[in-house]
Design a protein around this ligand. Sequence first.
Ligand SMILES: [Zn+2]
Ligand SMILES: [Zn+2]
Length: 227
Amino acid sequence: MIDNGFSIKETDKRMQRLGVLGSQVSAILVTHEHADHLGGVARYARRYDIPVWASHGTAAMIKKLDSVQCFNSHQAFSLADFIIEPVLVPHDAREPTQFVFQSDGMRFGVMTDTGSITQHMLDALSDCDALLLECNYDHDMLVNGPYPESLKRRVLGDWGHLDNQQAIALLQKLDTEKLQHLVLAHVSEKNNSHELVLDSVSRAIQCDRAWLQVIDQDDGLAWCNLD
Ligand SMILES: [Zn+2]
Ligand SMILES: [Zn+2]
């Protein structure tokens, strides 16, 4: 499991939808300490006795657990059936990382919270077989939208989030030849729309709209298989 911002009940409901149990989770990896990612981690970990893993900086922000397993943000490590490459990202947290998972010769990249694109990210995400990528906001919708000015500046900034155009720019710099699944995630409910994400991404990378998947905050996503 990567991050958890939900109650135990809500998490169990979402897990059930996917046919898995909390007791089957071998680890929770925490990308960073923002509440939508960390808020539900400690209680879920305690409920099912799941080890929690994070960078040293993120671990220092996890106050509600007695022990957190730390990984070196610059070094791949093994966990369950995966080799996990942490990817340091520019985001306004203490030591935020995202991940690339390797198993059976397949690579799955996850990138949900980053304010700008770095060469380090491009190197890590190139050559993935599946990618879950943040498309947080539409620039004009955010600028003209309901957020207070200070929050707008934060989201827009280099340590905030990627907008649709930045996500597209990132995709256009990657080698996506092997990509079987592209999942667009962390989509703001106030400053973006699924239609806009599907339209702009499919047009920019010239793929079929129906091939793309956008994660809905309520409905989540079904399993995606790689072969
Ligand atoms: Zn964040
Ligand atoms: Zn976030």
